[in-house]
Design a protein around this ligand. Structure first.
Ligand code: ASP
Length: 433
């Protein structure tokens, strides 16, 4: 395929053309045309993504859990795996928070732009005060109560209730592995096929992504630049620093956390590990999908790194669904960046909420392109930052998706080596490609 026909190039082209359009639209008098006739196409794509969020979480989570297939296995290996997954994810988020607070990409914007961004998200602000008051009046354990829906169908009717959907998916998944396989099969097959359909729908939506990126970026630039082109430059500088913050965070996480994981749990050297799974990392980078890369990850981990199938067939599929170190790190950086860009100073308590919510959001995100940005909504809602701020970062999201997916896959493979080593299921490694 010629290079410019590949989706990520098309998106980069859409991004650049959107920028150019945005910059010339105002002097050319095309600003209201851009807002009235171009921006809606971007909005439609965002809505399409939002509309599939709940079925996406439900199906991919249930499929991941039923992959464990028996409860005693779930409790032994599952306990270890999930504990390591959670700990590495929390480290990832912490690294993301440290990096974004140090680099502070959103603070490079001038106060006027911050105010203008905030004003354009004004609709939400009215609710925020009320929501904050309500939050303060709640009992400390209310968040646990809130995870459990009193009616699943009403929970599934709003993206804001994503955690309740995750909870229901978890108990359905556990129920399914506890009943006879004959009885469970039709439902597992149903969710499996629902999962496939949704992944296909995401693929279809992604075809329109270059146009959506063009429309959204053009609209953001027109909206902000007004008569003053220096504002555009301001915004681009901030986006550039934001991208750099995510990439630095991902590199730090991969080198510090996975290095420590290998030191603690196995004799394998990080460099040999990376060489062994290189094709999977590259495939993850170019497809932006942990799930699409899964067969290659499994093959490399078993063949090159010597992880026994018993471990890899359980740790990796679950990891592709629930373990996303790259995604959670990115969500932390993105949430703080958007807050900074609209001039909200996040308290320590809000940053701790990010640790919790980004952990949950990355668990809920499916291993498909763009899932992380959909789940970012629940992180933003939890800290009362306007969800519309996502439009700011959408233009660079595909590139960051490629990078974070590569880290997600590396994390799954690293944990499979650690668990195999603990369970004495790590054989000979061969580092050939
Ligand atoms: N694309 C990522 C993955 O498949 C998920 C995300 O959007 O962050 O791992």
């Amino acid at each position: 395929m010629v290079w410019y026909k590949k989706l990520h190039w098309k998106i980069i082209i859409g991004l650049i053309l959107g920028l150019i359009w945005g910059i010339i639209a105002v002097p050319a008098g095309l600003d209201s045309f851009t807002m009235n006739f171009i921006k809606p196409f971007g909005d439609i794509v965002i809505r399409m993504l939002q509309s599939i969020a709940i079925p996406l979480v439900l199906a991919s989570f249930i499929v991941g859990i039923t992959g464990l297939n028996n409860v005693s296995k779930l409790s032994r290996m599952g306990g270890k795996t999930i504990a390591i997954y959670m700990v590495t994810t929390m480290f990832a988020i912490t690294i993301g928070l440290i990096v974004v607070n140090i680099i502070a990409p959103g603070k490079t914007l001038s106060p006027e732009i911050q105010q203008e961004l905030m004003a354009s998200y004004q609709d939400n602000i009215g609710d925020r005060g009320a929501a904050a008051d309500e939050f303060l009046e709640r009992s400390p354990l209310q968040f646990l109560v809130d995870i459990v829906p009193s009616n699943f169908f009403s929970a599934a009717s709003s993206n804001a209730n994503m955690l309740q959907v995750v909870f229901v998916a978890l108990i359905i998944g556990i129920g399914l592995i506890q009943i006879s396989s004959k009885k469970a099969k039709p439902l597992i097959d149903f969710f499996d096929s629902l999962n496939e359909v949704i992944i296909r729908i995401v693929d279809l939506i992604m075809i329109t992504a270059p146009y959506a990126v063009f429309a959204l970026i053009a609209a953001v630039i027109v909206d902000l630049s007004g008569d003053d082109p220096s504002r555009t430059l301001d915004l681009l500088t901030a986006l550039g620093w934001y991208t750099i913050a995510v990439i630095i965070g991902l590199l730090l996480h991969a080198s510090i956390i996975y290095f420590s994981l290998f030191k603690l749990f196995s004799k394998m050297r990080l460099i040999d590990f990376l060489k062994g799974i290189r094709p999977a990392i590259l495939l993850g980078f170019s497809t932006s999908s942990s799930v699409a890369t899964l067969p290659v990850t499994m093959e490399r981990v078993e063949k090159n790194l010597g992880v026994k199938e018993e471990v890899s067939s359980f740790v990796l599929p679950v990891g592709a669904t629930i373990n996303m170190d790259g995604t959670s790190l990115y969500q932390a950086v993105a949430a703080v960046f958007i807050a900074q860009a609209v001039g909200i100073d996040l308290s320590i308590a809000q940053q701790l909420t990010i640790v919790l919510m980004a952990t949950l959001a990355s668990i809920g995100a499916a291993g498909v392109p763009g899932a992380g940005i959909i789940m970012l909504v629940i992180v933003l809602q939890a800290i009362n930052v306007p969800v519309e701020g996502i439009a700011l970062i959408l233009g660079v999201d595909r590139i960051l998706d490629m990078c974070r997916t590569a880290v997600n896959i590396t994390g799954d493979a690293a944990v499979s080596v650690a668990v195999a080593s603990m369970e004495n299921q790590l054989g000979e490694a061969h580092y050939d490609d």
